[in-house]
Ligand binder design. Structure first.
Ligand SMILES: *Cc1c(COP(=O)(O)O)cnc(C)c1O
Length: 391
C-alpha cells in the first residue's frame, strides 16, 4: 500500500507512487499540441487493454457516467432491452436504461450466482422478429464477487442482432476481456478499479456496428454524445475541458500495464483470488461465489451472524487501519468483500488475512490462529517463488 491505510476496496484502489508522481506535473493547454499527443497516446493505450481496434472515448466521470453514455448513445426511447442482472450493478444498468425511455425486460439471477447462458440464449431465440435491440450485462458483478462468462454467452447469442453491451467497470485489466475477438459491441470501464488511478475517468469502447446504431438513435445527449467525441478526437481534443492530471496518471498506468503485459496481469489477479479463497476457506468461512464463477477482482465472504460483517469491518478499521468493503443492499452486514484488483501486493493481502483471523478470534469465533495465513503462505511459496518482493 502506498498510503496510510490498507485499502482493499473493490474501488477506489491503491495508487502506485509512479502514477501519483505523474499526476503532479504542471498543466498544459488542452487545445494545444502536447495535450493532443497525450490524448492520442492514452486512447491508443486503453484500446490495447480492451484488445480493440474500433472506437474508444474517455470521459471525465465515474463508471456510472460511462454506463449512462452507453445508454444514451446506443439505445433509443421505446427500444426493447434485455437487462441481465446478477446483483447491484446489473440492477443499476437496467435502471439507467429505464430512465432514458427503454422498455426494459429484466432477467434476474440470484445474488451470488452467475447468469445462466442457456436461459439467455433461449430468451433471445424466442425473439424471432428481433424486437430486442440491446442486451445489457455485467462482466464482473462487484456487489457479489461473481463474474459472468461473457465470451460463452456472446458466442451462444451471436445470431441475434441486438447490441451486446457490457459493464466491465471492475473487470477490465483484472479479468480476461477481448472486445473484438469476443464480438462485444459496447464495453464500459473506469479508472478507479483495475486501472490504478483515482476515480474520475470512464471509458466507452464501441464497435463500428454500434456506431451505425448510434447514428440513427434518438436519445437526448450532449456531454455524452459520441459523434461530438469522435469529431474532437480527430483533432486531438475533447468537447469539454479534460481533467489533464488524470490523463497524466492514465498514461503512466498504461505504461505500467504494457511493461507487465496483459496476460501476466490477468494471471496475477487469478492468483490473488486463489490465495484469498484458499485462506478464507481454511478459516472455516463460507464463500459467496462458487469456484467456477469466482471473481478475480473481489472476494465476498459470509461472516457468521453472531459476529456481524460490519462489526468485523469496524474492528479491522479501528485496530489495524484496514479497509475492506461490506455488502450492498440485502447483503449489508451479511458479507465482507475483500478487493484485490489493480495495484495490490501479495504481502498486503497476507497482512489482511492475518488481521482477519485476529478480528475473528477477538469476536469469539473458534479458529486455530494461523490456519488461514498458513494456507496463503503456502500458496505464495508454491506459486510465486520469484516475485514476492516486487509486488
Ligand atoms: C464500480 C462499478 C461501477 C461504477 O461505479 P462508479 O461508482 O460510478 O464508478 C459500475 N459497475 C460495476 C460493475 C462496478 O464495479
Amino acid at each position: 500500500m502506498t498510503g496510510d491505510q490498507y485499502l482493499l476496496l473493490p474501488g477506489p484502489t491503491p495508487i502506485p507512487e509512479r502514477i501519483i508522481r505523474a499526476m503532479g506535473k504542471s498543466l498544459i493547454n488542452h487545445r494545444g499540441p502536447e495535450f493532443r499527443e497525450l490524448l492520442l497516446e492514452v486512447t491508443e493505450g486503453v484500446k490495447q487493454v480492451y484488445q480493440t481496434n474500433q472506437n474508444l472515448l474517455i470521459y471525465p466521470s465515474s463508471g456510472s457516467g460511462g454506463l449512462e453514455a452507453a445508454v444514451v448513445n446506443f439505445i433509443s426511447p421505446g427500444d426493447k432491452v434485455l437487462a441481465i442482472s446478477i446483483g447491484a450493478f446489473g440492477d443499476r444498468f437496467a435502471t439507467i436504461a429505464e430512465k432514458f425511455g427503454a422498455r426494459v425486460e429484466k432477467m434476474n439471477f440470484p445474488w451470488g450466482q452467475a447468469a445462466d447462458a442457456q436461459a439467455i440464449k433461449t430468451r433471445l431465440d424466442e425473439d424471432k422478429n428481433g424486437e430486442i435491440k440491446a442486451v445489457l450485462i455485467t462482466h464482473n458483478e462487484t456487489s457479489t464477487g461473481v463474474f459472468n462468462d461473457i465470451k460463452s454467452i456472446r458466442e451462444l447469442t451471436a445470431n441475434h442482432p441486438a447490441l451486446f453491451i457490457v459493464d466491465a467497470v471492475s473487470s477490465l485489466a483484472a479479468l480476461e476481456l477481448k472486445m473484438d475477438e469476443w464480438n462485444l459491441d459496447v464495453v464500459v470501464s473506469g479508472s478507479q478499479k483495475a486501472f490504478m488511478i483515482p476515480p474520475g475517468l470512464s471509458f466507452l469502447a464501441f464497435s463500428d456496428r454500434a456506431l451505425t446504431v448510434h447514428q440513427h438513435s434518438t436519445n437526448c445527449r450532449f456531454y455524452w454524445d459520441v459523434t461530438q467525441g469522435l469529431k474532437y478526437l480527430e483533432k486531438g481534443q475533447t468537447h469539454f475541458t479534460p481533467p489533464i492530471s488524470l490523463y497524466y496518471g492514465l498514461r503512466e498506468a498504461v505504461n505500467m500495464m504494457q511493461e507487465e503485459g496483459l496476460e501476466k496481469i490477468v494471471l496475477r489477479h487469478r492468483q490473488y483470488r486463489d490465495m484469498v479463497r484458499s485462506s478464507v476457506k481454511a478459516m472455516g468461512l463460507k464463500l459467496v461465489a462458487a469456484d467456477e464463477s469466482a471473481s478475480t477482482a473481489v472476494t465476498s465472504v459470509y461472516v457468521p451472524e453472531s459476529i456481524g460483517a460490519n462489526q468485523l469491518r469496524q474492528y479491522l478499521y479501528e485496530h489495524m487501519n484496514i479497509i475492506i468493503a461490506g455488502g450492498q443492499q440485502q447483503m449489508d452486514d451479511v458479507i465482507i468483500r475483500i478487493g484485490h484488483l489493480g495495484y495490490v501486493r501479495n504481502l498486503d493481502l497476507l497482512a489482511v488475512l492475518a488481521a482477519l483471523e485476529m478480528g475473528l478470534l477477538k469476536m469469539g469465533y473458534e479458529l486455530e490462529m494461523g490456519v488461514g495465513v498458513k494456507k496463503a503462505q503456502e500458496y505464495l511459496l508454491q506459486k510465486l517463488p520469484d516475485n514476492l518482493e516486487r509486488r
